[in-house]
Design a protein around this ligand. Structure first.
Ligand SMILES: [Zn+2]
Length: 327
């Protein structure tokens, strides 16, 4: 009897919810699929070795890894193997930082030895920087039953000439690599430089204010690239966010990922998004800079100048604090 009574109530509730969703659809609103984003973190094991003590780096690295794994971020970190060395000797603690990523269930990719820019490096030297960039990475990943698959161009310099682009594409394919694009490009590294300087000066008030402004800035970037995606593809494609391994992101990551979840995002892997047809779009950019793939695709479609307007910029006072002249 009790069960039957409950059953009736369930049927009645289902009826009401069907009615209400029908009326929502009659009103023209479609259910929103979850938004998806890949979290990528560049310049591993750490950007700011020169600006912090080893103890500070270790604590911040732990905090970053903890936030990424607690939030089930599926993040991938891109490694510059030159950063493993000091005075030509491998620093075991730095190698351990990479292993920490793998132990936390996160992934790693190749970002070259020496953070070489494709536009100022002979292609043969660039290929050597990729090979040298996996001498520790490949055995480290093998111990976890994995291999490096994703390659991220330093400075997002993807090649200005067709011949260099094709040679690099062939080289990467032969080595089992795929290119990891970026759609939500941003100036986190500028905020990060201002932030670590504020920490070093003991100015916690300034550091906290920079952190809060940084999180709002990244949210504004999401809003902008969500709109750009709808304008270019008529839908929101899965996005790829670029951040760096810095004190700023160690102290921001937990809150940032929380905000992105509230925005409707789930965190997915490169493998989950790269087969979306958007990522097969032609890249129409041959300039010197490193720009979002969203805008590279827009250039292949000859979008007018007005298409690119409205992108959130790093505020002038943050540029000045970081001692950087421009983005
Ligand atoms: Zn980089």
């Amino acid at each position: 009897m009790r069960l039957g009574g409950c059953g009736w109530r369930v049927v009645a509730l289902v009826g009401i919810s069907l009615l209400s969703s029908a009326s929502v659809e009659a009103g023209g609103r479609q259910p929103t699929p979850p938004r998806r984003v890949v979290i990528t973190v560049d310049d591993l094991p750490w950007v700011e070795f020169a600006l912090s003590t080893p103890a500070e780096v270790a604590a911040r690295h732990r905090k970053l890894i903890d936030a990424l794994s607690r939030q089930r971020s599926q993040a991938i970190g891109f490694v510059n193997e030159d950063k493993l060395y000091q005075h030509d000797a491998l620093v075991p603690a730095r190698r351990q930082m990479l292993e920490d990523w793998l132990r936390a269930g996160l992934s790693l990719g190749n970002h070259t030895y020496g953070h070489r820019g494709l536009h100022s490096t002979a292609i043969a030297d660039y290929e050597q920087a990729i090979l040298r960039g996996e001498s520790e990475l490949r055995p480290l990943m093998a111990a976890y039953g994995a291999a490096p698959v994703w390659f991220r161009h330093p400075f997002l310099q993807a090649g200005q000439e067709a011949a260099a682009r094709q040679r690099l594409a062939d080289f990467l394919a032969r080595r089992g690599y795929r290119i990891a694009p970026v759609t939500i490009d941003n100036g986190d590294w500028i905020f990060a430089r201002a932030y670590v300087q504020a920490l070093n000066a003991g100015d916690q008030v300034l550091a906290t204010s920079l952190r809060d402004r940084f999180i709002a800035y990244i949210e504004a970037k999401f809003k902008y690239y969500e709109q750009q995606s709808k304008r270019l593809f008529g839908r929101e494609i899965p996005q790829i966010l670029l951040l760096h391994a810095s004190a700023l992101n160690a102290d921001s990551m937990d809150e940032l990922l929380r905000r992105l979840r509230r925005r409707g995002y789930e965190f997915v892997s490169m493998e989950d998004v790269i087969d979306d047809p958007a990522y097969a779009h032609a890249d129409g950019y041959r300039g010197r800079a490193g720009i979002s793939w969203m805008h590279r695709w827009a250039m292949a479609e000859q979008q007018p100048k007005v298409f690119y307007q409205g992108e959130p910029a790093v505020p002038a006072d943050v540029l000045a604090l970081a001692g950087v002249s421009g983005e």
